[in-house]
Design a protein around this ligand. Structure first.
Ligand code: NAD
Length: 270
């Protein structure tokens, strides 16, 4: 079987460069192009060289439509509006679309989900094996405990991060809500400041820290009187997300059009 041809949108970004590296190191796939916005200083530069590898004559372009046309799969860690537009290109060209972008509104998510009618779309707010295992454990623990245990999700990221709580924190909170069989958006308490009143029983609370170059740390706490369970994941390097995203692209080959997540890719269903 010939190599899967993978394009990277946002190839000069923090994750973009990691992804170029990861594709280059992974058997069964190869980089076929990458894009940045037309205004970017990186247009025309060698994609591999930007990722710290030997130059290979593949230059950063601003033509994302052509990227989707020429690729078997496109990996996209950019911004919500860009990922929505890209999902439409994936649907148009029937290209596998792996989306790691976080901070999507409900309406943006609905637009991407609709594109799953015509393309294989794999989305993951966190592409690492460890966090997806943490989500599974969170769901199971939440199902076993009653609401005498207050659930809090704590996250810390680097100071460049623009969305809060992180997509991963929300993924974990949603896993807890699923385990408890409650509607996440009804019980989520996403920000506390000032005289908030006592904690509401059954809420799932979020706390957000930002600073330094922290790649991503998440703790789910189950706090009852006199005892507390805490489960934590610490990402040491962005390569864990890139590895998961490339694995998702390879997994998606030959799958019917539809919307998939990392639980599907990693075989971590119920
Ligand atoms: P970044 O800002 O370093 O990179 C984003 C890149 O996208 C930039 O280079 C930017 O120029 C490019 N871009 C923007 N608009 C574009 C367009 N129209 N066409 C082509 N390129 C465009 O950000 P980052 O730290 O790499 O994170 C990107 C996203 O990935 C964020 O939403 C972040 O939360 C998410 N993320 C997800 C995971 C996961 O596992 N799912 C892990 C890490 C980061």
């Amino acid at each position: 079987m010939s190599d899967l041809r993978i394009g990277i949108v946002g190839c000069a970004g923090r994750m973009g460069r990691m992804l170029v590296n990861q594709v280059s190191q992974t058997a069964g796939c190869q980089i076929c192009g990458g894009t940045e916005p037309a205004s970017s200083d990186f247009i025309g530069q060698d994609i591999m060289a930007l990722a710290g590898l030997d130059a290979a004559g593949i230059c950063v372009s601003d033509d994302t439509n052509s990227l989707f046309q020429q690729s078997d799969a496109v990996i996209d860690f950019t911004t919500p509006t860009v990922s929505v537009a890209n999902a439409k290109l994936a649907a148009k060209h029937h290209t596998i679309h792996v989306i790691g972008t976080t901070g999507l509104s409900n309406s943006e998510q609905a637009e991407i989900t609709a594109c799953g009618n015509d393309a294989v779309i794999v989305q993951g707010a966190n592409m690492s094996l460890g966090v997806n295992l943490l989500a599974q454990m969170t769901k199971k623990i939440a199902a076993l405990l009653d609401d005498d245990f207050d659930i809090e999700v704590l996250e810390m990221h680097h100071h460049h991060k623009v969305d809060a709580p992180s997509g991963t924190a929300l993924l974990l909170g949603k896993a807890a809500a699923e385990g408890r069989d409650v509607d996440h958006d009804t019980v989520a308490d996403r920000g506390r400041d000032g005289i908030t009143g006592a904690r509401k029983k059954g809420d799932i609370g979020y706390a957000v820290l930002r600073g330094g170059n922290v790649v991503g740390e998440h703790t789910v706490m189950f706090a009852a009187d006199n005892e507390r369970i805490e489960i934590t994941h610490k990402a040491g390097d962005r390569s864990i997300f890139a590895r998961g995203a490339v694995r998702a692209a390879l997994w998606a080959q030959g799958k019917p059009a539809g919307n998939y997540d990392m639980m599907d890719v990693l075989g971590l269903g119920d």
